[in-house]
Ligand binder design. Structure first.
Ligand code: HEM
Length: 462
């Protein structure tokens, strides 16, 4: 066995930098790093196929126990049969036909709210034409409102209110940090209500419970709201799904757990990715210029004042797509290795034998910086690497949405949302950082997040 090292990933979870710390160990020690007595991080590119791929019988580990809310959902279940049952009915909602044709393309989903509404003066740095906003916060509002619309029949109202009503977004963040930390030692979950020595654990647990209540309320509202019965949002598909055991509707708790899964999985991920996109483009003005050239050609002036890029016209924009892939490579929202358990009888992984029950993960943060895959400019932000056919050999190493049987079910919807939003924002507005000399305020729970992103925005010619 190659050299290894044991690091306490639980302690690192509490310090909010798991993937960076694991990466530093890989740089020192090579492809195999021991995270705990029975857990290893495997950074060799073949690990993607061997650990996350189809057909190896590996299941999600007990790490996901921390994420169970209401009951096990499609994201958290560690049982193969339960997963395929859930994946089958949830996937109806995510077929490109279901989402695109019925909501986004026919315009049944609500319009995005102008991000420039709220203006907070940030003193001398501001120019006359500038508005100043916290992009991290407003993009979270936008992402939550979009998932409210796509899943529950209407936006949650964050953009309209201009504030984190009920602290819903904050709760999601606290819960993510709590889950990722508790997931390293899942047996502590039931004890965390009594961890008065560290309020992080108590707050995180309360946040998880509060979030479940928000999801349950959203399902109840949707069931009783006067919504066009033909409106095919995610809840429509979940309400229509049949329980394979009884032939009747899904049990109420299962329905709510799945709806909550979509709310959690589909909101912070996209809001956070868009925040990283804004930050990366502000830090690479040449790429921002190139993107705006592509968008100006695709959407020439004059534009209507309420312009929103139609998906049909931005889905094939090559450089826009390159920006999204490259941001998701270097600022991957889910950067932590996703733990899987070696199946019965053990398995060969990257040329090494691992006995059954060993927990293995592929460190996305490290793989996304591996020169063996991306070449000598692996650390550079170069969206061009994804343009045209060059992208195909790289895609099999791209873990932004994970890989294999547990890969993201919402990938199509996410790309649709990311493309529409990026095309609309960067066509209509100029962005610059309020504090360009300051490093991004990144902190990691289950998501690698920019905590705040103060930017100036100004209107471009329409
Ligand atoms: C930029 C946006 C997104 C990113 C980066 C992302 C990333 C991921 C990743 C890395 C996983 C694998 C997690 C694991 O194995 O532990 C995942 C799973 C999942 N995602 Fe996404 N996601 C995004 C958007 C969405 C959206 C919009 C939805 C739904 C509305 C969604 C629903 C799910 C679900 C249900 C799973 C669990 C799939 C399963 O286990 O079978 N995601 N996502």
């Amino acid at each position: 066995m190659a050299p290894q090292f044991t690091i306490s990933s639980n302690a690192l979870g509490r310090k909010h930098r798991i993937s960076m710390a694991v990466h530093e160990k890989h740089l020192k020690l090579g492809d195999f790093v021991r995270l705990s007595p029975d857990q290893l991080s495997v950074a060799h590119p073949d690990g993607i196929r061997d650990i996350l791929g189809h057909g190896n019988g590996f299941l999600k580990s007990e790490f996901y126990y921390a994420f169970d809310n209401i009951e096990q959902g499609v994201f958290t279940t560690r049982n193969r049969l339960m997963h395929s049952r859930k994946r089958k009915y949830v996937s109806h909602a995510f077929s490109p036909k279901a989402m695109m044709e019925n909501l986004l393309q026919k315009g049944q989903a609500g319009q995005y709210v102008d991000l420039g509404q709220r203006v907070t003066a940030i003193g001398k740095l501001q120019r006359r034409e500038d508005a100043a906003i916290d992009a991290a916060q407003w993009l979270a509002f936008l992402a939550f409102d979009i998932i409210g619309d796509l899943a529950f029949g209407e936006p949650f109202g964050f953009c309209k209110a201009g504030s984190d009503t009920n602290d819903g977004i904050k709760k999601l963040r606290d819960r993510g940090e709590w889950c990722c930390t508790v997931g390293q030692m899942p047996w502590i979950k039931t004890w965390t209500p009594y961890f008065y020595f560290d309020t992080f654990f108590v707050h995180g647990l309360h946040a998880a419970q509060a979030l479940a209540r928000i999801g349950i309320a959203a399902v109840e509202n949707r069931k009783h709201a006067k919504i066009d019965p033909g409106r095919k949002d995610i809840l429509f598909y979940l309400l229509k799904a049949r329980d394979p055991d009884t032939g009747g509707p899904l049990p109420d708790a299962e329905l709510k757990a799945e709806a909550l899964t979509q709310l959690i999985a589909g909101s912070d991920t996209t809001g956070n990715t868009l925040t990283h996109v804004v930050d990366m483009l502000c830090r690479h003005p040449d790429k921002l210029r190139k993107l705006q050239e592509e968008l100006d050609a695709a959407f020439p002036s004059p534009l209507p004042t309420d312009f929103v890029a139609p998906f049909s016209e931005c889905q094939d924009l090559q450089f826009t797509q390159g920006i999204l892939y490259e941001t998701l490579r270097l600022r991957t929202t889910v950067s932590v290795g996703l733990p899987r358990v070696v199946a019965k009888g053990g398995a060969m992984v990257c040329g090494q034998f691992f006995k059954e029950g060993t927990v293995l993960s592929v460190p996305t943060y490290t793989v996304h910086r591996d020169e063996r895959i991306w070449g000598p400019d692996a650390l550079e932000f170069r969206p061009e690497r994804w343009v045209g056919d060059a992208r195909f050999p790289l895609e099999k190493y791209f873990l932004g949405f994970s890989y294999g049987p547990r890969a993201c079910i919402g990938r199509n919807v996410a790309f649709m949302e990311l493309k529409k939003t990026a095309a609309t924002l960067f066509r209509r507005f100029n962005f610059r950082l309020v504090n360009p000399e300051v490093d991004p305020s990144i902190r990691e729970g289950f998501h690698l997040k920019c905590q705040t992103l103060p930017v100036f925005i100004s209107k471009r010619d329409s």
